[in-house]
Design a protein around this ligand. Sequence first.
Ligand code: ADE
Length: 223
Amino acid sequence: PPLRFDVLTLFPGLFEGFLSESILKRAIRRGLVSVDLWDIRRWALDKHRSVDDTPFGGGPGMLMMAPPVVSAVEAVRASFGDGPGRLIAMTPAGRRLDQAFVSELAGEPRIVLLCGRYEGFDQRIFDVLRPEALSIGDYVLSGGEVPAMAVIDAVMRLVPGVLGDERSALDESFGPDGGLEYPHYTRPRSYRGLGVPEVLLGGDHAAIDRWRRRHRREAGPPA
Ligand code: ADE
């Protein structure tokens, strides 16, 4: 069965390019991953389709209102045939995403990602839905959509069959250090007077492994 993501957002259009290019596109076409988008505005209650409002007590910006968000999550979950799924709200106040959590999520059948906009969520959204809260780093973005894409991207590439080369997800070079554990080279062989280490040009894989181990953590810009 595929790994299923359900994304609740005010801006489903932001995901269009993300879902229709490259590895994720192929994974979806192959039925390994699914991403369903749900526009929270569908669950707005008033004639103006409001989903946000000013904070009681004053302060800057707008908050996501509880009724549309809670109704959206409940309706989406009610449409599942297979349990409630794991509910995760994207917020800079959440626990920080890391590769260990990504691996944990890759073992889930169904992940519901709730994206906020504006200054944040009405507290009662957390009180009623009890989502996990997840941050992708200590900086503030203008919404949870880019963070949700980061989660989907990091998790889907661990799903068996998603990467062309099965080893890529396990290879240290694609691990938490971002594919930069040892220096990598591709064509051209000579560039601005800089060559490629001779050992990498030959077929001695034991020697290549030794070279890579020796040059571990030397990748990227000089410290
Ligand atoms: N929403 C806004 N900023 C965010 C962040 N850094 N992580 C997750 N969600 C967010």
